[in-house]
Design a protein around this ligand. Structure first.
Ligand code: P6P
Length: 349
C-alpha cells in the first residue's frame, strides 16, 4: 500500500483558509479559483493522454496571433470558457486564443471578476511531449455590472487580484498568488484527483544560476541586449564598468521554448528568462496580459522581478488585449541589473 501523502492540504482547503483572512469575502473568489483548478484537472487529463488519442496535431486553423492552433489548444480554451463562464462570478474573459474578449451573462451572479488566460502556452511543443502550461490572471471589475467594457479588462498588473499558472509536466502543478502575497504550489495526485499543497510560500533564490534565452536570435538583438547576455555568461566584461550579478557564478543556459516550463524551473532554482525584442518582433513576442503580467505577479510575490527592459511589467497599462512586450523575468537583482543596462543603452529596437 502506498504511503499516505505527507501533506493532506488540498488547494480547496487552502483557498478557504485564505478566504477566512477576509471576513467580508463572499466566496465568489474562492469559487472562481476552484473552477480554475477544475479546468486544470480536465486539461491535465487530456494533455497526459495526448499521445494515446487522436488529439495531437493541428486543427488546420490559425489563432489571432497567426499561430497554428493545436487541437489541445482549442480543447483547453473551450474547457476554460465552459468552467469559468457559468457560475456568475465572472463578467468577462480574455483568451490568448480569441481575438476579442467575451462578455458573460452573469444572470443573478455578482460578475465581480475578469479572467484573462493563455489556455495552453507552449503548445507547439505538445507533439514532442515537452511540458506545457496554462497561465491565468484575475482582475476585479471596476465598472458597474451593466457597464462592463474594455476598461474592466485593460488593467495593469498592479490591479491583479490573483494570478498563477499550471504546468503539465512530469507532474501537474498549480501555482497561484493573490494580492495579499504569498506564492503557493500544489501538485496533482491523479489517483485521488486532488491538488495537494507541495510548495508553501515559494520564494525564488536570490542568485541566478540559470539564464534562459533563444540564442538563435542573437544576430537580431540590439548591441545592449547582446552585451547583457554576454555578461550573464562571462560575468565582468572588460568593456563595461558593470559587474553582472552573475559574476563568477557557475551559470547554466537552459531554454525549453515553453514559457511556463522555463519560468517554473527558474523560479525554483534561481534564474532569469529573457525574451528581448528583435527586428521582426520590436515589441517582443510574449503577451502582456495573458503571459507577462500574471507571471510578473507570481515572480514579484516570490521575491523576484519582471521588466520590459525599461520598467516593471506590473506598471504597464495595457492598450490592447493582445499587446506584446519584451520580457526579462526572474531573480530580482539580475533583472534590475538588466533593466539598468538596457535603459542606459536603450535596449529597444
Ligand atoms: P521562440 C511558445 O510558443 C511561446 O509562446 C512561449 O511559451 C515560449 O517561451 C516562446 O513562445 C518561445 O518562443 O521564439 O523562442 O520559439
Amino acid at each position: 500500500m502506498s504511503q499516505a501523502p505527507k501533506n493532506l492540504q488540498t488547494i480547496e482547503s487552502h483557498i478557504l483558509q485564505m478566504q477566512k483572512l477576509h471576513p467580508s469575502a463572499s466566496g465568489d473568489f474562492t469559487g472562481l479559483l476552484s473552477d480554475i483548478t477544475f479546468a486544470a484537472k480536465i486539461i491535465s487529463r487530456e494533455v497526459n493522454k495526448a499521445g494515446l488519442v487522436d488529439i495531437l496535431g493541428e486543427t488546420g486553423t490559425e489563432n489571432v496571433q497567426g499561430e497554428q492552433v493545436q487541437k489541445l489548444d482549442e480543447y483547453a480554451n473551450n474547457v476554460f470558457l465552459k468552467c469559468l463562464g457559468t457560475k456568475g462570478q465572472v463578467c468577462a474573459m480574455g483568451s490568448e486564443e480569441l481575438a476579442d474578449p467575451i462578455y458573460v451573462d452573469t444572470h443573478e451572479g455578482t460578475g465581480r471578476y475578469i479572467v484573462v488566460f493563455d489556455p495552453l502556452d507552449g503548445s507547439s511543443n505538445i507533439d514532442a511531449n515537452v511540458s506545457v502550461g496554462t497561465i491565468f490572471a484575475i482582475y476585479r471589475r471596476v465598472s458597474a455590472l451593466d457597464r462592463v467594457g474594455e476598461q474592466d479588462i485593460l488593467q495593469s498588473g498592479r490591479e491583479l487580484a490573483a494570478a498563477g499558472y499550471v504546468i503539465y509536466g512530469s507532474s501537474t502543478m498549480f501555482v497561484y498568488t493573490t494580492h495579499s502575497g504569498g506564492v503557493h504550489g500544489f501538485t496533482l495526485d491523479p489517483s485521488i484527483g486532488e491538488f495537494l499543497l507541495s510548495h508553501e510560500n515559494l520564494k525564488t533564490p536570490f542568485e541566478a544560476k540559470i539564464y534562459s534565452v533563444n540564442e538563435a536570435y542573437e544576430p537580431r538583438w540590439t548591441p545592449e541586449v547582446r552585451e547583457v547576455v554576454r555578461q550573464l555568461k562571462y560575468g565582468r566584461s572588460s568593456s563595461s564598468r558593470q559587474d553582472a550579478p552573475t559574476k563568477g557564478v557557475d551559470i547554466s543556459s537552459r531554454y525549453i521554448g515553453s514559457l511556463v516550463a522555463d519560468f517554473h524551473r527558474n523560479l525554483l532554482y534561481g534564474g532569469v528568462f529573457l525574451y528581448p525584442p528583435t527586428v521582426s518582433k520590436p515589441g517582443g513576442k510574449l503577451r502582456l496580459m495573458c503571459e507577462a503580467a500574471p507571471l510578473a505577479m507570481v515572480c514579484a510575490n516570490a521575491g523576484g522581478y519582471a521588466s520590459d527592459g525599461t520598467q516593471d511589467i506590473l506598471d504597464i497599462k495595457p492598450e490592447t488585449l493582445h499587446q506584446r512586450v519584451p520580457l526579462y523575468i526572474g531573480c530580482r537583482d539580475t533583472v534590475l541589473w538588466i533593466e539598468k543596462m538596457l535603459s542606459s543603452g536603450g535596449g529597444g529596437i
